[in-house]
Design a protein around this ligand. Structure first.
Ligand code: 13P
Length: 286
């Protein structure tokens, strides 16, 4: 199956009221594991990369590995650039072949953010790529981008105006969600999602997925959160399974890297499958 546009993946999910898991991948092992999970669930999936991962792994290397692995996949997949405030990185990733980008200009005032997002939408359009927009910071840093402080909230009218005037394909509202593990059970503004969807008929992106309850996911997806971001759960599955294996390796004084990688891959596949199934994506591949 060729790589599919993020817009097509999200529009179908939005119309059918299921969520597409957007997993933050880090390297070839996590790309392979997430693709395997989507394949096993027969689900469309979005792989997303932070700016940190793009820089650490290397942009061209990352897209080449993604393409090489995705070409054997039989479910729809897309690659998305997560929270990116840098216009040059957006341009480079669009040129390299990313299917969508989150232009995260929430630190600018809304008028400036809006004007620049219009430009990013036009630029992405030339590549057939989609754009996610954001006007309020999601609490908690995601791979060094963002802030641990809650950001200023904007009015519903401001958010609706931003979505309409920019023509973004998906919008990321701040509804009390946060990146990383929640310190206490989050209270989310579900109504905000309904209000935005009713006013704009645009899919929403649910950030800060790790740690939300099954009911929160189901309700928010039913209201129009067609893209559901999961990063911390993937990182933890990857690293905790590695730690577990390494402790055992040390105890037995037996060091076999392929066994370590297989153990980590299995943990990431299992975490990704659980989320895909929970979001209703299983069996939705076309
Ligand atoms: P979590 O790390 O809380 O899963 O959030 C992921 C996210 O929203 C990426 O943008």
């Amino acid at each position: 199956m060729p790589i599919v546009s993020t817009k097509e993946i999200l529009d179908r999910a939005f119309a059918d009221k299921y969520g597409v898991a957007a997993f933050n991948i880090l390297d070839d092992l996590t790309i392979d594991a997430v693709l395997a999970a989507a394949e096993e669930e027969r689900a469309p999936v979005i792989l997303q990369t932070s700016v940190k991962t793009v820089r650490a792994y290397g942009r061209d290397r990352l897209i080449s590995v993604f393409r090489a692995m995705a070409q054997d996949t039989t479910v729809p997949v897309a690659v998305h650039l997560d929270h990116c405030p840098y216009r040059d990185v957006i341009t480079e990733c669009l040129d390299a072949g990313w299917n969508s980008v989150l232009f995260d200009a929430h630190e600018l005032d809304v008028a400036d953010n809006l004007a620049q997002t219009v430009e990013v939408v036009a630029e992405a359009g030339k590549h057939g790529a989609a754009v996610e927009g954001e006007i309020e910071g999601i609490e908690g840093k995601e791979d060094d981008i963002g802030s641990d402080e809650a950001s200023k909230l904007q009015s519903l009218e401001t958010a609706v105006d931003f979505i309409r005037k920019t023509g973004v394909d998906v919008f990321a509202p701040a509804i009390g969600n946060a990146h990383g593990q929640y310190k206490s059970a989050p209270k989310l503004d579900h109504q905000r999602v309904t209000d935005l969807v009713e006013a704009t008929n645009t899919p929403m992106a649910l950030h800060g997925g790790t740690g939300l309850s099954d009911d929160q996911f189901r309700d928010l997806i039913a209201r129009g959160c067609a893209k559901v971001n999961i990063s911390t759960a993937i990182k933890e599955a990857y690293m905790r399974s590695g730690l577990e294996h390494l402790k055992e390796a040390e105890e037995k004084n037996k060091w076999d890297p392929p066994t370590l990688f297989a153990h980590q891959r299995a943990a990431v596949v299992s975490t990704a499958r659980e989320h895909i199934a929970l979001f209703g994506g299983s069996g939705k591949a076309w």
